[in-house]
Design a protein around this ligand. Structure first.
Ligand code: F6R
Length: 601
C-alpha cells in the first residue's frame, strides 16, 4: 500500500508529482505529501486528507522545483495525521524520505536514535530512515554510502525514495515493495506503479528486490544489494495514457466496468481460434506434466479463482481454489505435478505472494495470472500469464475479474489440448468466448440497474445466491456491494440458504438470485423459499430461464454458454453495486479503509 513517486529533471516537478500521485491514490489515500528541492534547499508540504486537499493547499504558492518526491499513504503505523504523513525528515531537515512497506525493527532503531539525541516528529516506522541516513552521512560524508548503510540496518519490506537538500538525484531502494523507474526525455521518474508517470513515458525498468538506484535527469545507476552494478532490462508498456484517466466518467470504477468488452477482447487476442478450436497461451510444453492446479488468491481474485477452478475441473483438470492467506496453514501435501497459480490483478498482494513462496519452497511449480507486467508475482513465479485488462485504478476490482475468468477458461483449454485434446463440450465453451465482449456491450447498453438501485438502495441487507459458477458470482456481487456501498451484503450458495442464512431473510432483505441455465429449477426453488418469507427477489437471468412471476425485478442478460452466463451476470451486479453506492454518495473509487494493492499480510 502507499504510493510513491519521484521526478527529476522537470522544470515544474511539483504539479507533475501531484498529478502522478492522483493516479496512485488507489494505493492509499489517508494523507499525502511532497518534498521538493529548489534553489533554496528542501521544502516539505504534507497533510492528512486526500491528495486534492494537499494540492488545494499548494495551489496559491505552488513551490517551483526541478526535483520532487511525493507520497500517498495508507496508514499501518500511526494514525492518519499531518505529522504522520510522508515525507519524513531528519533533525536537520535536509534529508527527506518517502516509504512504502514496514520497517519491522523500527522500535529498536528508534530507541537507539533517541538515546543518541535524535528527535522524532511522528509515530511512524518510516521516520527512523532519515535519522539513520543523517548519522551515516556524518560518518561517511557520502549520500550514497549513507543510504546503503541505512538499508543494511532495516528489517522488513520497503520501497524508498530519498532526496537531500544539496543533491540533484533521487536515491531509491526496493525490498519487497514494488518500485519502477520511468525514463523520459531529459527527465526520470520513479514510482510504485506505472500509471503514476504514464502521461510522460512508457519506457520502464522494474527494480528487483535488493536493488539500490540513483536517478538523475540524465539517467540512472542501479546496483544490487552487494553493491555490484546491475543491468535491468528497459521495457515498453503497452498501456496508453488515457487508460489512466477518467475520460468523462464520474468514477474510474464506472469507466472500468464499461471497459470490459475491450478488456476481454485483449485477453483473448491471438490466443484462441475457433475453426478448428485451438488455444495458444504461448506456454508451449512448459506446463506439461501438471496433474493438478491449486489457485491461490484474495478477494475478487479469489472469486475469479473459484470460478476458474470450477471450469478447470469440469473440463478435465484437477483444480481447487484457496484463499491465499489460509493456504500456507492448510496446504495439501505438494505432490509431483502440482502447479500453484497465484491469481492477482496487481501481482503484489502480500498474502498471495506468501502463498506462492510457500508453495515454491515445498517443491511446487508456480505461475502468476496477473495484470501487471514486471510485478513481483510475475517475476518470482516459474511462469506468468497476463490477463491484459489494462490498468485498473478504482479500488474495487471490476474488469480484471472478467479478464481473470476468461484467462482461466483459456487455461482449461490449454491443459485439455496438451492432454487428451479439446473435447466437444469444451470446444462449445471456447467457441462461445469471442461473442462475450459484444454480449457485455448489450448488458451495458440496456441495464436497468440504476432504476433497481433506486427502488432497493435503502434496505436492511442484500443477499446474493447462485449455484455452480453462479456461486462465486454471488460472492463477488456481495463483495462489490458491501465494499463500495458500506451496506450489509452476503453471498451464499443457493442450496445453502435453508441451512441457516434463511433466518436472516425478511421483507427488508432483497435477494439477488443468479441463474446460469444449469440447475435453474433448484435455484428457483430457493427463490420460492425466500419469497415465502416476504423478501423481494431480483433475478439475474437470460431468456432461457423462466423466472416468470417468481421475481420482482429482472436484470436480464443475453443468452450465452451456461459457463459464461455468470460473467454477464457479474457485470449487472457491478452496476447494481455502483448505482446503489452512487445514490448513497459513497467514495466509490476509494472506499473507506481499503486500498487497492494490499502489501501487508
Ligand atoms: C475487491 C478487490 C480486492 C482484491 C484483492 C486482491 O474489489 O479489489 O478484493 O481483489 O485485494 O488483489 P489482487 O488481485 O491485486 O491480488
Amino acid at each position: 500500500m502507499c504510493g510513491i513517486i519521484g521526478l527529476v529533471g522537470h522544470d515544474d516537478a511539483v504539479p507533475a508529482v501531484l498529478d502522478g500521485l492522483g493516479n496512485l491514490e488507489y494505493r492509499g489515500y489517508d494523507s499525502a505529501g511532497v518534498a521538493m528541492r529548489n534553489g533554496h534547499g528542501l521544502e516539505v508540504a504534507k497533510r492528512a486528507g486526500e491528495i486534492s486537499d494537499l494540492a488545494a493547499d499548494l495551489t496559491d504558492a505552488l513551490p517551483e522545483g526541478e526535483l520532487c518526491i511525493g507520497h500517498t499513504r495508507w496508514s499501518t503505523h500511526g494514525a492518519p495525521t499531518d505529522a504522520n504523513a510522508h515525507p519524513h525528515t531528519d533533525c536537520t531537515g535536509k534529508i527527506a524520505v518517502v516509504h512504502n512497506g514496514i520497517v519491522e525493527n523500527h522500535a529498536e532503531l528508534r530507541r537507539g536514535l533517541e538515546t543518541r539525541g535524535h528527535e522524532f516528529d511522528s509515530d511512524t516506522d518510516t521516520e527512523v530512515i532519515p535519522h539513520l541516513v543523517e548519522e551515516h552521512l556524518e560518518e561517511t560524508g557520502d549520500v550514497g554510502a549513507a543510504f546503503r548503510r541505512t538499508l543494511a540496518e532495516l528489517e522488513g519490506s520497503y520501497a524508498i525514495a530519498m532526496v537531500v537538500a544539496d543533491g540533484s538525484s533521487i536515491h531509491v531502494a526496493r525490498q519487497g515493495s514494488p518500485l519502477v523507474i520511468g525514463l523520459g526525455d531529459g527527465r526520470s521518474f520513479v514510482a510504485s506503479d506505472v500509471p503514476a508517470f504514464l502521461e510522460h513515458t512508457d519506457r520502464v525498468i522494474y527494480l528487483e528486490d535488493g536493488d539500490v538506484a540513483e536517478i538523475s535527469a540524465g539517467g540512472y545507476r542501479i546496483a544490487t544489494a552487494d553493491g555490484e552494478p546491475a543491468d535491468r532490462p528497459v521495457r515498453t508498456v503497452d498501456w496508453a495514457p488515457e487508460d489512466a484517466r477518467k475520460e468523462g466518467y464520474d468514477h474510474y470504477m464506472l469507466k472500468e466496468i464499461n471497459e470490459q468488452p475491450d478488456a476481454i477482447r485483449r485477453t483473448l487476442h491471438g490466443r484462441l481460434s475457433t475453426d478448428p478450436v485451438e488455444v495458444d497461451l504461448d506456454l508451449d510444453d512448459r506446463l506439461d506434466g501438471v496433474e493438478r492446479v491449486h489457485l491461490v488468491a484474495c478477494g475478487t481474485s479469489y472469486h475469479a479463482s473459484l470460478y476458474g477452478a470450477h471450469l478447470l475441473s469440469r473440463y478435465g483438470t484437477d483444480a481447487g481454489a484457496w484463499l491465499a492467506s489460509e493456504y500456507p496453514g492448510r496446504m495439501p501435501t505438494i505432490e509431483e505435478g502440482t502447479l500453484v497459480v497465484g491469481v492477482t490483478q496487481s501481482g503484489e498482494t502480500a498474502d498471495t505472494l506468501s502463498a506462492l513462496r510457500h508453495a515454491a519452497d515445498s517443491g511446487a511449480r508456480t505461475m502468476a495470472v496477473t495484470n501487471v507486467l514486471g510485478s513481483t508475482a510475475a517475476r518470482e513465479c516459474d511462469e506468468a500469464l497476463f490477463i491484459r485488462a489494462g490498468p485498473e485504478i478504482g479500488v474495487a476490482a471490476s474488469k480484471t475479474f472478467s479478464s481473470q475468468v476468461v484467462t482461466l477458461t483459456l487455461l482449461a483449454g490449454h491443459f485439455a489440448a496438451r492432454t487428451g485434446g479439446i473435447g466437444p463440450e469444451l470446444a462449445e465453451l471456447l467457441t462461445a468466448l469471442p461473442a462475450l465482449p459484444g454480449q457485455v456491450e448489450t448488458v451495458l447498453a440496456g441495464t436497468p440497474a440504476e432504476g433497481i438501485a433506486r427502488r432497493y438502495h435503502d434496505q436492511r441487507a442484500h443477499f446474493f445466491i447462485g449455484r455452480g459458477t453462479a456461486h462465486p458470482v454471488a460472492l463477488e456481487g456481495a463483495l462489490k456491494f458491501k465494499e463500495i456501498s458500506y451496506e450489509h451484503a452476503e453471498g451464499f450458495p443457493a442450496g445453502e440458504l435453508k441451512h441457516g442464512p434463511l433466518a436472516l431473510v425478511t421483507e427488508e432483505t432483497p435477494v439477488v438470485a443468479i441463474f446460469t441455465g444449469r440447475d435453474d429449477e433448484k435455484t428457483l426453488g430457493n427463490v420460492r423459499e425466500v419469497r415465502a418469507r416476504g423478501a423481494p427477489v431480483i433475478a439475474v437471468a437470460s431468456e432461457r430461464t423462466s423466472v416468470g412471476a417468481e421475481a420482482d425485478e429482472i436484470l436480464s442478460v443475453p443468452e450465452t454458454h451456461p459457463d459464461l452466463q455468470g460473467l454477464l451476470a457479474n457485470v449487472q451486479l457491478q452496476l447494481l453495486a455502483y448505482h446503489v453506492s452512487d445514490l448513497l454518495d459513497r467514495a466509490i473509487d476509494k472506499p473507506r479503509h481499503l486500498a487497492k494493492s494490499v502489501t501487508v499480510e
